[in-house]
Write a protein that binds this ligand. Structure first.
Ligand code: G3P
Length: 219
């Protein structure tokens, strides 16, 4: 399973890139707003900085709501950089925009996916990635991981090439479960990425190695 970072924070992306485990980035209007980005020009500037750090797919979401405006906005975004992937919502208008843009070879990430039917339709409209939102389904009392399993299974049966990008990940356990369910990619916040590497036995082991070495070197 590949790891993408789910953030618009350039410093976090720079930090994570040093570990060599991140192969893409996903953003959305809320993540951009969190970084004080409120205009298309600022969004573009941040995305271009990110493309300098990570050489992989960088998802940028449209803010338009009707099909024509989404298509126009997505087309403009796709010109920002060759690695940019346009994020479109799981709505009928989103499908129209996916269809129009994918015909022009624009890579699409179908976002806000909460059902298998939405994922199937997006794949037929030309999505390269589908982003099922695990955490938000869990928040509503559903098992978000069931959706990942269902999409992975159905895409396998029907040899659908759209990649399953597990999103709205809230914990290291979500990452483990997404990997076991067969998601090709998990997009995760920086804090969760660090949490994936933490283990108290690693810390305790390092502590005792250091103390033992100090003791031995002094005697
Ligand atoms: O990739 C989608 C993600 O940013 C949404 O996460 O935690 O806001 O549900 P969350």
């Amino acid at each position: 399973m590949r790891i993408f970072l789910d953030t618009a924070n350039v410093d976090e992306i720079r930090q994570a890139a040093r570990m060599g485990v991140v192969s893409g980035v996903t953003t959305n209007p809320s993540l951009a707003a969190k970084e004080g980005i409120g205009t298309a020009a600022n969004y573009r500037e941040a995305i271009l900085q990110i493309t300098d750090i990570i050489d992989g797919p960088i998802s940028v979401e449209v803010v338009s709501l009707d099909a024509e405006a989404m298509t126009e906005e997505g087309w403009g975004i796709s010109k920002w950089h060759p690695n940019v992937v346009v994020k479109l919502p799981s709505t009928t208008a989103g499908l129209e925009a996916m269809h129009s843009l994918s015909k022009e070879a624009v890579k699409i990430n179908q976002t806000l996916c909460f059902s298998l039917n939405q994922a199937i339709l997006g794949s037929q409209a030309g999505s390269s990635y589908v982003s099922p939102f695990i955490g938000r389904l869990d928040d509503k009392g559903h098992d978000g991981m069931d959706l990942i399993r269902d999409i992975v299974e159905v895409f396998k049966i029907h040899e659908i090439k759209t990649e399953v990008l597990a999103a709205s990940i809230r914990s290291p356990l979500h990452c483990i479960m997404a990997a076991k369910a067969g998601a090709q990619i998990a997009t995760i916040p920086y804090k969760v990425l660090c949490g994936m590497m933490e283990h108290p036995l690693t810390d305790a082991g390092l502590d005792s190695f250091t103390k033992d070495w100090e003791y031995a070197s002094k005697s």
